[in-house]
Ligand binder design. Structure first.
Ligand code: UDP
Length: 406
């Protein structure tokens, strides 16, 4: 596991020095994070890396994961979809069940943090505990909040307003609420197995293992099998390209323990891919970081054709590897990609297909996009900046000054 000092060559010494100064200031605080899965998806990805880093700069931290049964996670996935603008309604029983499971978790968790970060809606009901404690509470929202459905928004708003602060990933997600709102973008860890540089032979071996032919262009999307990642739309775009260019498509993903829809989406993907031996649908186990790293590095073009996206860590991961990325202009993706400068933003299947052809045919332009993307990620979306923002936010919660600048 990398030490904070190991990032000096990537981000520069002043950034690292600042982290230790802030760590020293926050050394009396314990920072607690609570979410709904230890494995799968962007939140777990970040916490896995961030939690040890708090300790390395001298700040105590802990990470708790709430427990729920299948019914609970079906309801929370429905909530997730409704917050992303999908038409879903909730019965009183469903909402009561959601709160009941939150209450059960509330009795089981030791809330000994001075700052408690609640990630996403699943554990939001835990905030009821706040009135019995002296700690500061932050609701950390990772989802695309640009067009939430009203019923679920009003239900959640009631809880969000009990927090000291709400953190969103992109400016477009801010809402009219009586809680202080803060923008903190997610980040990637450049030294993790997912993102560190890899030996060329290892990259070749991963492609060989999956029997993907590197002498022909490879177009890749890495994502959980989720409708909002539009894997079937990716297959349609690939099929349009395939009429002109002999390329291959890799759709690689796994599940998350708090996402019960994965199997159904995977079945739809397999159906859409049936009969084409140049489409590789790879179901990856959770411990596949090196394989994902290699697949991203060895691809000609990386896609992220999401219909909604909180931030899209996979975009940052691919740009960090200097890959040309074609992604939908939704959620946090435009923060990462400036069209035709650090990647390509699209709005449709046809647009995605058009740009796949362009980038395969213009490797020099594609390489330039990747280089610009790498620098943008280096300056804005690495884990050192994220750690700094969380430390500053935590410190600010204990100051009486209402105005803060992150
Ligand atoms: N990921 C993974 N294995 C998979 C699919 C995705 O490790 O099979 C990782 C991916 O590399 C990224 C994270 O999970 O780090 C997904 O984060 P993102 O913000 O792209 O989407 P989310 O799943 O949180 O909606």
């Amino acid at each position: 596991m990398a030490e904070v000092k190991d990032y000096t060559d990537i981000v520069g010494k002043p950034v690292i020095d600042e982290l230790f100064i802030l760590g020293d200031r926050a050394s009396k605080l314990k920072i607690q994070h609570i979410n709904s899965t230890a494995v799968g998806g962007g939140v777990a990805e970040i916490l896995n890396r961030l939690i040890p880093m708090f300790g390395q700069v001298g700040v105590k931290s802990r990470w708790d994961v709430i427990k729920g049964d299948e019914r609970f996670f079906l309801i929370t996935k429905k909530m997730h979809n409704a917050l992303h603008g999908v038409n879903e309604t909730f019965t009183k029983e469903e909402l009561n069940f959601f709160l009941e499971i939150n209450k059960k978790n509330s009795s089981a968790i030791n809330f000994d943090g001075d700052v408690v970060f609640i990630h996403d809606p699943q554990p939001i009901g835990l905030v009821e505990k706040r009135s019995q404690l002296n700690s500061k509470w932050v609701w950390r929202c990772h989802i695309d909040f640009s067009e939430p459905k009203e019923q679920i928004w009003l239900f959640l708003k009631n809880y969000i307003e009990k927090f000291d602060s709400a953190v969103f990933s992109a400016p477009a997600f801010s809402r009219k609420i009586a809680t202080r709102q803060i923008l903190i973008s997610p980040s990637i860890d450049p030294l993790s197995d997912k993102n560190k540089s890899l030996d060329k032979n290892y990259i070749d071996s991963v492609f060989d293992r999956f029997k993907i032919d590197r002498s022909r262009p490879v177009v890749t999307q890495i994502s959980r099998f989720d409708y909002l990642k539009d894997p079937v739309g990716v297959i349609k775009a690939y099929k349009l390209v395939k009429q002109y260019i002999d390329c291959q498509l890799v759709l690689a993903g796994g599940g998350a323990t708090d996402d019960p829809e994965g199997e159904k989406v995977l079945a739809d993907v397999n159906k859409a891919a049936a009969g084409d031996k140049d489409i590789f649908v790879l179901l990856l186990p959770p411990s596949s970081d090196l394989e994902i790293n290699a697949l991203q590095r060895g691809s000609t073009v990386v896609l992220q054709k999401s219909l909604r996206e909180g931030f899209g860590l996979t975009v940052a991961e691919a740009l960090w590897k200097e890959k040309p990325v074609i992604a939908t202009s939704v959620g946090g993706i435009p923060l990462q990609i400036k069209h035709k400068y650090s990647g390509i933003l699209t709005h449709s299947i046809e647009g995605t297909a058009y740009w796949i052809k362009q980038l395969i045919n213009e490797p020099k332009f594609a390489a330039e996009l990747g280089k610009n993307g790498y620098e943008h990620i280096r300056q804005n979306f690495l884990i050192t900046r994220h750690l700094r923002d969380y430390l500053l936010l935590s410190l600010s919660l204990f100051s009486s000054d209402e105005v803060i600048y992150l």
